[in-house]
Design a protein around this ligand. Sequence first.
Ligand SMILES: [Mg+2]
Length: 123
Amino acid sequence: MRVLVVDDSSTMRRIIINTLVKLGHQDFAEAANGLEGLERAAEGVFDLIITDWNMPGMSGLEFIRTLRAQPSERRIPVLMVTTNAAKDDIVEALRAGVDNYVIKPFTPDTIREKIDAVTGRAA
Ligand SMILES: [Mg+2]
């Protein structure tokens, strides 16, 4: 499974990727904001996108809105990992096309459960 990890914090990208490695994933690309995320998504095939919300340049919300507005896009599962914990924020993200939501800080178990849910592997 190829995963695109989008976060403006290189430390957070490292934490997410380290978590994914522990969960058995091996194939990653990284982007530091929504614009870079769109570039990566246009370059290659991904099975999952994990994106932050708050990023300079283009936010995760705009990234996913733009991605979902592209008519040719396969519907890549999207997990948003963010500090935005308000219920209104979660609703807004889901409306923008995010499939599931993880609030930082997270545990590896939470990431695993949410990945299973958005990729259709949940029991
Ligand atoms: Mg951020």
